[in-house]
Design a protein around this ligand. Structure first.
Ligand code: GDP
Ligand code: MG
Length: 221
């Protein structure tokens, strides 16, 4: 396979740590307008470098990186929209099963900020109800060209109940911090969901949950 083909068709699976102890995998998405820096953020986090050439990739790509939290190791399966955002043709299946979404805009491009509500409504329509959304204000290294203030970003995040980070994929600013925050949150959400399920199962086995009246012997209908 040529390098170009590899670049276009790749599904990289990077395991930075011992796989055996990293059992839980969480699906994380990067969404936002074209050119805001999603692919660079992903590559910075997974490969530890800023890409020197920027090639548009076709199809949907995901990369996996394991991340060490205080008490455990998690695998993050991180999806990049690969140019499809241009057509806003991402479907329900892209969002399905997502534990977290990084919503990215470019602080030097007002349009990427003003299109955020549309992305939020897609997330609300298609992603699971309890999905964690983190807002990333990217390219903060471009101080001269900056047109969207920190206050405007923070206010948008506050109204949407999102955590907010100012990032630079070029200068590796706040990228790891943002992914760690995401990992911590999705991990604790998963623990809560598991506790709820275990609690219900416990109640069922103790006979504390009322079951629907059985109308006939073969089905609950
Ligand atoms: P995507 O379309 O959202 O995936 O955006 P890309 O990751 O392809 O980046 C679009 C352009 O922005 C490229 O030219 C990158 O080099 C540049 N870029 C990405 N992140 C940063 C950043 O943090 N700072 C600066 N100055 N440029 C960035
Ligand atoms: Mg991209």
């Amino acid at each position: 396979m040529t390098e170009d083909k590899a670049e276009n068709n790749y599904i990289h699976r990077t395991f930075a740590m011992n796989d055996e102890i990293c059992v839980a995998t969480h699906k994380i998405l990067l969404v936002g307008g074209t050119g805001v820096g999603k692919t660079c953020i992903l590559k910075r986090f997974v490969d530890g470098e800023f890409p020197t050439t920027s090639k548009a990739t076709l199809g949907l790509d995901f990369r996996i990186r394991s991340i060490q939290l205080k008490d455990k190791c998690l695998k993050l399966q991180i999806w990049d929209t690969s140019g499809q955002e241009r057509f806003r043709s991402m479907t329900q299946s892209y969002y399905r099963g997502a534990a977290g979404v990084f919503l990215v805009y470019d602080v030097t491009d007002e349009n990427t900020m003003s299109s955020l509500p549309t992305w939020v409504s897609d997330i609300q329509n298609y992603a699971p109800e309890d999905v964690e959304i983190i807002l990333l204000a990217n390219k903060i290294d471009l101080t001269e060209e900056r047109v969207v203030s920190r206050e405007a970003g923070e206010e948008f995040a506050r109204q949407g109940g999102m955590v907010y980070f100012e990032t630079s994929a070029v200068e590796n600013e706040n990228i790891d911090v943002a992914f760690h925050e995401m990992a911590e949150t999705v991990s604790s959400m998963a623990r809560k969901r598991k506790d709820t399920v275990l609690g219900i199962m416990q109640q069922l086995s103790n006979g504390h949950v009322t079951q629907p009246e059985k109308k006939n012997s073969s089905c609950w209908c």
